[in-house]
Write a protein that binds this ligand. Sequence first.
Ligand code: F0G
Length: 473
Amino acid sequence: MRTIIEPFRIKSVEPIRMTNREERISFLEAAHYNLFSLDSEHVIIDLLTDSGTSSMSANQWASMMRGDESYAGSPSYDRFHKAVYELMPFTNIIPTHQGRAAEKILFSIIGGKGKYILNNTHFDTTRANIEFSGAEAIDLVIAEGKIPSSEHPFKGNMDIEKLEAFIKEKGAENIPLVMLTITNNSGGGQPVSMENIKATKYVCMKYDIPLFIDACRFAENAWFIKMREPGYENVPVKTIVQEIFSYADGCTMSAKKDALVNMGGWLAMNNAEWAEAARNLLILTEGFPTYGGLAGRDLEAIATGLEEVIDEDYLHYRISSTQYLASHLIEAGIPIVRPAGGHAVYIDARAMLSHIPALEYPGQALAVEMYLHAGIRACEIGTVMFGMQANGTEVAAPMDLVRLAIPRRVYTQSHIDYVIEALTEINQNKQDLSGLKIVWQPKQLRHFSARFMPLNLKEKQKENFSKAFAASL
Ligand code: F0G
């Protein structure tokens, strides 16, 4: 049999409320054309993020019932610790409420002015936490990683030559650590090869710099290694995961991705001095070191999730479902970042809507139309997100993408077929789409709350829009 099916049955369901285009127009107007401001009940298929949106298994729910909520020394912490240690055997494993909490603690300890943190590509919260500490975040992904049409199998790889050159130029003493983000979310969910992880570690060892892994999607990355890297075809995913972490000195983790839970994370490391400082900060901001911002039941759900996420039937289905979406979009002539990432497909909206200039936000225009046409919510990753400069001017981002992030174990193939049909129809009438302008924006992180006005509004609609806008202020 060649058909790949969802390797689970559905025991508990959440209804999806169907809406029509007219209803969606009014919901979107009320949200000022910002998809983050929509009520999720008004969304049919939600592809905004794969973070914290997984379905938990019956076993995870069962584990939660044995969660021990003691303030200190909970057996749930022991089960969490054992499950993490089995895959990532660091001597200090510190739970946090999510990934960015681990980042905040880590960079508060080792960041600061004059320091550089090197990564294939920093995720935005990682970059923000590094910059908040006063340090600089440097991205050194290979050149192919920035070319949407390049079919390189490991587009998340670190550029080893640039890495070594940067260390030589700035001095190892100014680089407290090097990171590898697996998979590389900001670069299209692209994996890093084992060979590249080893080469990065080799350079780090040469200059005595610790290597940390941003481990959010470690299991998806391991599956790509098994599928694409010669010599790993017959190695169990669990062994691949263990090998990855054997080259690292620590990691940050958002359990909201590859631990299959809705909330949680951790910070892990071998350096005892850093770990002591981290635990001291943890008590200020998260909680006691055996729960760190999580309930005992959350720790249990993570422990069980970590066993399930390395199941090869699950990973086969997971990566195949993303590839299924990607290959149908390619067939429909829609330009996407190639090859498909692990957790998401990224549409190249600038190429698709080439008649919309970058400063009229082709990514936002596509995301808005996906919602109006079919109630699908996706996320612009382009000029709206990155175009505003610190000096208040606006420039086009390097790319205008729309990310279709696939929640884990949530949607069936027919849901994905619905997305493919919607995008195919939008693509057929793409010349009718026009851009937007921003009518209000906050000082920072504008994509979350900026208000937009479509540029093709008719006079009457504009008048209504202005009145509604004035009333909302
Ligand atoms: N690192 C990576 C690579 C991420 O993708 C994320 C979150 C984080 C760190 C931060 O983790 O959300 O638990 O604090 N990514 C989400 C996304 C938000 O939609 O891609 P967190």
